[in-house]
Design a protein around this ligand. Sequence first.
Ligand code: NAD
Ligand code: UGA
Length: 466
Amino acid sequence: MSIKNICCIGAGYVGGPTMTMIAAQCADIIVNVVDINEKRIAAWNDSNTDNIPIYEPGLSELVKKTRGKNLFFSTEVDQAIQDADMIFISVNTPTKTYGVGKGMAADLKYIELCARQIAAVATTDKIIVEKSTLPVRTAEALKRILDNTGNGVNFDILSNPEFLAEGTAVSDLLNPDRVLIGGEETDRGRLAQQALVDVYSNWVPKEQILTTNVWSSELSKLTANAFLAQRVSSINALSELCEVTEADVNEVARAIGADSRIGSKFLKASVGFGGSCFQKDILNLVYISKSYGLHEVADYWEQVIIMNDHQKRRFARKIVQTLFNTVSGKKITLLGWAFKKDTNDTRESAAIYVADYLLSEQAELVIYDPKVTEEQVYSDLDYLGTRSEGENRRLVKVLNSPYEAMDKAHAIAVLTEWDEFKTLNWNDIFDSMLKPAFLFDGRSVLDHKKLNAIGFDNYVIGKGPC
Ligand code: NAD
Ligand code: UGA
């Protein structure tokens, strides 16, 4: 079966870039990306592709090449479902904030709504692809909804989780380590699986396209994120030990990472991992394990989150302690608000929690991030609900110039590893600050020997005062 028309429900950080890459690599496939968020779709259709809603290096150029040719963004969900041979579901699956599993389980209401809409609208057979990250065995529930509420057409379900990382989405999609496609072990299931293999084969080498059963594919996605996050928590746990023993966490990471069985990636100590997925996916894994009665398994993975929360709190506490145990009324500048460099995504960013801690100590914060808007910073703080919207606006300023942001500050905290922070004029910044001038580097990105020579009092995560 050859796919001619693809619909993707959800034009977010995964749906948008993934479908742009499919359109760019498969000129004979029409790709319709649909979403209920009108503002988001309008931004994807902005005549200036620099204004698309997601910042990713290389993405705007790719959208420019394909949009209006075989790539379309729209809010006409029903029409796109009707026209498609294959439908990707790429909607959000956040942690539940209510009811059973609150704070742990994945909220599948958006997935279920998609399934019901597809079932109600489809009058021809469809291949349904789970692109969102889902709890293992979700395909079973999807199939029941589709078969029981549909119009008698056939639905084949595949699991095709996405492994792209934000900030490197375009290159990850172009050269993926692997593409994973889980399908039912039936004749129809195998045909559906092959149809999706054929789509990816347009640019991904065949040996990198892994096919498995649906449950292995669903569980592998949660597991991959859990393993990655576990490495960050492991090195962060050691960063605290390094600070009290005068070992240097970067040297330790290099030494252990040189062992080919361990590998060098994902061993960068930090103020804590953020992003929309690591925490949510581990919580989901913990919840699933508990629901099968596997309490030791659940406790093991939960520790990754406990360590991450500790690391964010520890960093914020260090700032307060160093500033003579009080930051009340002091101006502290946060460099970076995004959860990592090269993205405008702030979901679960460590910066939000560090800011919240400092605000609770009555600090006055000034934020500078090259890609995050003032509106987004306030929305992240308001969402926490710790203080009123008025208080957040009174205590927090968001500026477009890093120099203005650091002028007359008592301290600076680096919370995102943006490259531009390395090339700032640190002599001028030091001169403009109140003395003693403190700098807290939560990402170990700056040259602390030079900063020391200028006169800064430095604290670097994993190294301590230096
Ligand atoms: P997102 O919030 O950026 O985008 C989801 C979009 O789906 C939103 O624009 C929302 O309006 C839309 N939507 C929700 N319900 C809808 C409906 N019924 N009809 C039409 N549109 C609807 O989320 P995301 O970051 O793209 O993540 C999507 C999924 O992919 C999640 O399960 C996530 O875990 C997974 N994932 C994310 C990443 C990442 O880097 N962000 C990477 C791999 C996997
Ligand atoms: C992560 C995974 O890397 C992707 O494979 C996966 O598809 C995605 O989650 C998802 O499912 O959403 P992402 O969260 O975009 O991607 O970014 P990462 O590069 O993994 O970074 C996550 C967080 O860990 C960031 O805050 C980053 O700064 C932090 N990190 C990462 C460290 O602190 N140290 C490291 O060594 C690596």
